[in-house]
Design a protein around this ligand. Sequence first.
Ligand code: HEM
Length: 391
Amino acid sequence: MGLGETVTLEQLETDPYPVYARLRDDEPVSWVPAVQLWLVTRHDDVRRVDLEPDVFTGATTPSTLNRTMGTNMLGSEGPDQQRVRRITEAPFRPRDVEARMHGMIPKLAHELIDGIADRGEADLFTAFCDPMSVRSLRFMLGLEDVAWEDILAWNQAMMLGLANFEGDPAKQAPADRSSAELGAAIERVLDRLEGGPDGSVLSWMLHHDTDGDRMNRTEIVANTKLMLSGGLQEPRDLIALAVWALGAHPEQLDEVSRDRSLVKRAVEETLRWCGPVGTSTRQTTRSVVFDGVELPEGALIGAVLSSANRDPRRFTDPDRFDVHRNDGAHLAFAIGTHFCLGAWFGRHLARVSLEILLDRLPNLRLDPARPVELRGWEFRAPTSTWVRWDV
Ligand code: HEM
């Protein structure tokens, strides 16, 4: 029996890192029946999967992403994907994000903290990280007309479709219904924007024209759904994970509080040490021998980004959280054709949030009475983030 066959879903959900360490050492390309994927766990191999889209494609068959949202950039490869990337990258560049957000991120952070500052304790996950993430992205995309409760509910139901690898119609039906309702809401905003542009990403996609090449409405709707599904929970989880990682290392939290030039490093080290997105899912376009293992054509691969980020072949003492680390780039946003579109936006949101939390909540620390519990392997996050501060 292969090592992968002994791996259980519960082990991965509870704490995948010891499993990854064993796989990296003894079975770096491993069939794991519990998740029905070939897991690739070494840093250089994960890079190879992401950097060779001709062999390891994001356009999987079936594609739960494309089935639920319509054909989008993460579910495609080649010229179509490159064209949509070219158009959508512009509004997510650092300068553009700041111009589009009009100081909204710090304003929102202060507003949320105003609501809790005199309490001395809170679950930051629900009181801060979640609304920061949802409301900033909604503003950035231009979906201010749409209730954020609706966006969250539709997104939640669409997740069922994304995880529906078995094609169960009972799971797909609510996902399709929500996808249609979200699509109709996006279309209403596009109707309004036909009358005149604003500074939003939706407006950019609708009006941007490179030599007669524009995104059509079907493409805009599908890719907006993808941005929501990719962008709602990850920044929330990243902020919560950064608070947890620093809180679990009080001497480093203290250092970052005193020297704010370390905030940026703290966010990057959080992404490496416990990034919120675990895998790039790909499929082989032909049979390929990989680390001595023959993968057939059509094999589904989980290139495990969070394992690559803890590979001792790449990072010194990788299980140690260290804001002074100087090891170079991590893979928490993947690499290659599908490198995260919202990477800068997510980082910016996390950095500004952390700065303002440290400014406004003196002696911020984890609540020892309500310890943080993390769950998940494809997406890993705290279930709550209880903290205390001095009032
Ligand atoms: C801050 C935390 C975030 C993390 C850790 C993260 C992580 C990732 C990763 C690992 C991928 C590649 C997936 C793959 O290779 O299969 C990805 C792709 C993507 N992300 Fe993010 N993401 C974050 C925030 C965001 C935000 C805020 C947006 C909002 C627009 C976003 C939109 C996307 C999109 C559209 C793609 C697909 C890009 C493509 O296929 O070309 N992400 N993200």
